[in-house]
Design a protein around this ligand. Sequence first.
Ligand code: PAF
Length: 283
Amino acid sequence: MLVYKTKVDLVNRINNLMQPDFSLGFVPTMGALHQGHLSLVKSALSNNNFVVVSIFVNPTQFNSTSDLSKYPRSLAQDIKILETVSKDKILIYAPEIEDLYGSKVKSESFNFRELESTMEGNSRPGHFDGVGTIVKRLLQIVNPNTAYFGEKDFQQLLIIKKMVEAEGLQVKIIGCPTEREPNGLAMSSRNSRLSPEEYHESAMIYEILKTVKQKLNSDGIPSIYDWVLKRFNNNPLFELDYFQISDIESLVPVKEKLPNKKYRAFIAAYIGGVRLIDNIDLN
Ligand code: PAF
């Protein structure tokens, strides 16, 4: 499988593939690919003639240098994994930093309003400017018909949809369901950093989210928050960053259930220094 290291080579290849009715899918990733990424690639392949998969650990979306340096990198393995899905319909774009940022490794400043002033935006200042910057650049280079993102990063998905609309980019953004490990843990490249004990304990996150969904039928929101905080306080391996029940469109936290409103519950927690996030649709 060919790996394109520069945008010029990638765009030349895409231009050579163009024919009437040609349709291009795009799956942006930071590598360390797992089944979650592959499900995005498979969705993209089933709806397009060719799919570009970018593999680039984007420095501007990390607000901790140690998180950036610990982020797993495995390009050779990633290529092998992608070859199990298709050997001739996937173009891999794995550039160096200069190809995307030139000499200025700096984020553009966006205004995502209430979508960014909560959860990941609160905990990781500047993170969504970094995500918006790189996704905008990648979409401008690849110019796909459709781009695919996982719902595990639900806040990111809404922010990217907002950025695409604000920038007038001609691409359809599709959110795909979260893929899970056998114990229910949401698949993430960071899971490879968990010890066997931490992996085992991490099942608690999705168990809590599923129970929250049941409890919403009978309990008030404040008592659900109390229950979740107690569950985390009782497990010394975890440090909870946030638990939040939010409106599904604005992501504004909700204090009471209202008719005709849709909600989602979100958790971010550290275990052994590894940051895990997950969410569930409550409707
Ligand atoms: O979700 C990710 O892996 C990253 O945030 C993305 C969308 C590839 C941008 O770097």
